[in-house]
Design a protein around this ligand. Structure first.
Ligand SMILES: C[S@@+](CC[C@H](N)C(=O)[O-])C[C@H]1O[C@@H](n2cnc3c(N)ncnc32)[C@H](O)[C@@H]1O
Length: 390
């Protein structure tokens, strides 16, 4: 059993052995992973000149191509022998269905890691798997098998671009986030989006001070005899026979005193709710309000596939609390760990590309003035590779 992590840590190296060697069972509250999608592309980092302009110098950051090689075959055999029986059956089915090709290699790579991620998640923990339609349908079956169908919580569609010119088909502008809980009892902090202008116009009125408000009924269905404390005369009016008041007489008097009651033409009290005191619209599973990072955005670091900070902020706020442990096992230029640090969560980031190390460290310094080995740990094989380059 590894020693429990007590300090925020960046690991460099393949996440599979790192998860096995350093992360305890049930030690993480929230996992966000944004693995390569099997897009069959190579991603390069564009470096900035001192002038701030992008240079033509590029280094390959990572390949998003998977081959059925000896290592994949070995992982496949291992899964067939040691994974839980439903996972053994599933991976064999993929192999039979698709053959030993790139997609199956990708699914083998993901299955073995998702098993480890499931192991390290606490019973109240959540996992968000960021992917796209290339493999999201297969990944969802894998997630259902490992986490259990009952622990599927949402499939989120994130609009990541405004338009895409995909010849002879609809433009692909959305990514998918598969959101699962380890159990039904997960950390959940509801998130809200502001009301849209049309919503204000259709659902609210303006008062004399220009504040938007709407009124809510203050009666409720009567069950059986109804609670005696909710059946009383208010300003000479009783609730209808099939209904009670929704609040006690004391509360009604309190609202009256605060000037929050408005009466219908029949004299029935209703409660005034001001829009600026309401949380907004509960967040739905289609996210169109988080724009992609534009080419001149301040947060843009030039790392391919960098995700907007606002996306990670939302996920971290919804599914964790201060002091919780956040893990991003494919952390790229460190978007998830920056969001975690911002909201006082503990964090672990893993990437197998040494190019990410400088980016992550600089980003943590520029944003929070925190230093590697002083404020957080840096571990892993690739440190040596990086140091030998200096
Ligand atoms: C899509 S990018 C993640 C981008 C990240 N969300 C961000 O905002 O910067 C995927 C990352 O996974 C890393 N990666 C790929 N295979 C890995 C593995 N086996 N172990 C650890 N990292 C891996 C790549 O180097 C790349 O940085």
């Amino acid at each position: 059993m590894p020693k429990p992590l007590t300090t925020n840590t960046l690991f460099y190296g393949d996440n599979l052995p790192i998860l096995r060697e350093y992360l305890n069972d049930e030690s993480i509250d929230l996992i966000y992973l944004d693995p390569p999608f099997n897009s069959n592309r190579d991603y390069n980092v564009l470096f900035k000149e001192e002038s701030g302009l992008e240079s033509t110098a590029q280094i390959q950051a990572f390949k998003d191509t998977w081959d059925w090689d000896k290592a994949t075959q070995a992982t496949f055999e291992d899964l067939r022998l040691t994974a839980p029986i439903p996972v053994q059956k599933l991976i064999q089915t993929f192999y039979d269905l698709l053959g030993p090709n790139q997609m199956t290699a990708y699914l083998v790579m993901m299955t073995t890691r998702l098993l480890e991620l499931h192991r390290v998640l606490k019973p109240t923990g959540s996992l968000y798997l960021h992917c796209d339609p290339t493999a999201s349908h297969y990944l969802k079956i894998i997630m259902d098998t490992i986490f259990g169908v009952a622990n599927f919580r949402s499939e989120i569609t994130w609009k990541r671009a405004n338009a895409h010119n995909d010849p002879k088909r609809y433009g692909h502008i959305a990514d998918i986030l598969l959101y699962y809980g380890k159990t039904a009892n997960v950390v959940w902090n509801p998130q809200y989006t502001p009301y849209r202008d049309e919503y204000y116009r259709s659902h609210f009125k303006k008062d004399s001070q220009g504040r938007f408000y709407r009124t809510m009924p203050l009666d409720a269905p009567r069950h059986g005899e109804g609670s005696p404390t909710l059946i009383y005369e208010w300003k000479g009016k009783l609730p209808a026979k099939t209904r009670t008041w929704a609040i006690s007489k004391e509360k009604m008097a309190e609202y009256e005193q605060q000037g929050l009651l408005r009466y219908t033409k029949y004299g029935t009290p209703t409660l005034i709710k001001y829009a600026d005191e309401m949380p907004g619209v509960p967040l739905q599973n289609i996210w169109t309000d988080l724009p992609p990072i534009n080419p001149v955005a301040k947060e843009r670091l030039g790392y391919p596939t960098q995700k907007p900070l606002a996306l990670l902020e939302r996920i971290i706020q919804a599914s964790s609390n201060a002091g919780d442990w956040i893990l991003d096992p494919f952390c790229g230029c460190g978007t998830a760990i920056v969001a975690a640090q911002k909201f006082n969560r503990n964090w672990v980031g893993i990437d197998n590309n040494y190019l990410t190390s400088t980016l992550q460290k600089n980003r943590l310094w520029d944003t929070f003035q925190i230093l590697s080995q002083r404020d957080y740990l840096v571990k892993g094989d690739l440190i040596l590779a990086e140091e030998s380059m200096v």
